[in-house]
Ligand binder design. Structure first.
Ligand code: UDP
Ligand code: MG
Length: 319
């Protein structure tokens, strides 16, 4: 028996690009089937993340055209990570392996062959890693690189230049399903799941159509979310900084008391104000960082559902 592959594709307002890329995924599934690498029961699973355009209509039309297409629709927009998780969990009990990929054609579809080969040779997780970022703008490249460096420096274990293009076996998906956190950052969670893994390189292309849904503002909050979901290093840094400042202040106090007795009272308005402003800023920043973690605890403790499925496409042989 050949393994069943599910390709999970989150879609948010993608009516321009979906009709172009969907046949490419179908072609890939058919090719892999012909080469005898995957089962005929393999599927392309679209996750409609509360799109406001015709995305869901397109998905239902596709599912009526070919049995290999299927889809689920979330009750509202929940963001890329939650939509992706919804797809992975939907596929978990139906597939032997699952590949997550964006629907805009930016991630080279041909890397799927290499991923499946790695799976067949015994890997449970195969990360798609960008070999270059030539097609990204200088700004996107620089911010993305800064983001990876910052994450690693802050103690989050992530794979360099890997986004959410990856293969996971059923075993790895079962492992992932045990992580119940609401603050989802899949790139950091999957390495924590463990199992035998490998990387496959691919070159990142331009978006085929439509617009990116990740402006700088969202990327920044994604980076902050990633760091605070995976590591408590920022809080440790605050402690270290507080310790160093306390030591320095002991030196400063001793120095000011000694000079007071030797030289009498002296002016020092500018230095006092500078130190006060600096420490005030640092304290507010530190409170903000701690607040970020408290906010996360607040959200986790509520255990709200990460996504709610509204509807699913019908299998053609369903009555
Ligand atoms: N996406 C989603 N929900 C969102 C935003 C994006 O499901 O709230 C999907 C989107 O349809 C695409 C993928 O996530 O398939 C990546 O988004 P995009 O291509 O806009 O990001 P970029 O490649 O520019 O980082
Ligand atoms: Mg994209």
């Amino acid at each position: 028996m050949q393994p069943i592959l599910y390709i999970v594709i989150p879609c948010y307002n993608e009516q321009e690009v979906l009709p172009v890329t969907a046949p490419m995924f179908l072609q890939k599934i058919n090719d892999l089937y012909i080469y005898g690498k995957i089962s005929e029961d393999s599927r392309i699973l679209f996750v409609n993340d509360g799109s406001r355009d015709k995305t869901w209509d397109i998905i239902t039309e596709l599912s009526m055209l070919d049995d290999h297409y299927c889809g689920i629709s979330l009750s509202r927009n929940r963001g890329h990570q939650n939509a992706l998780l919804a797809g992975l969990m939907e596929a978990k009990d139906k597939c032997d392996m699952c590949i997550s990929v964006d629907c805009d054609g930016q991630d080279d579809i041909d890397a799927i062959d290499k991923m499946v080969d790695e799976y067949l040779s015994g890997c449970d997780v195969v990360y798609g890693v960008r070999s270059d970022r030539k097609t990204d703008t200088f700004f996107k490249r620089a911010t993305a690189q800064f983001f990876y460096k910052l994450m690693t420096a802050m103690g989050a274990e992530i794979i360099y230049n890997h986004a959410d293009y990856r293969l996971m076996s059923k075993k790895a998906l079962d492992g992932l399903s045990q992580f119940k956190e609401v603050n989802l950052f899949l790139r950091g969670l999957v390495p924590m799941v463990g199992f035998k893994c490998s990387c496959v390189e691919y070159s990142r292309k331009e978006r085929i159509a439509g617009k990116s849904k990740y402006p700088l503002r969202k990327m920044l909050s994604f980076a902050i979310d990633g760091i605070t979901s995976l590591s408590v290093k920022p809080i440790r840094l605050i402690t270290t900084f507080g310790f160093v400042v306390s030591l320095l202040s002991i030196v400063g106090i001793t120095w000011s008391v000694i000079t007071r007795f030797i030289y009498g009272p002296t002016g020092g308005w500018a230095s006092t104000i500078s130190i006060m402003c600096f420490l005030g800023g640092v304290q507010l920043l530190s409170l903000g960082v701690i607040g970020e973690y408290i906010g996360k605890i607040y959200l986790e403790i509520k255990e709200r559902p990460r996504y709610i499925i509204d509807k699913k496409t019908k299998e053609r042989n369903d009555s």
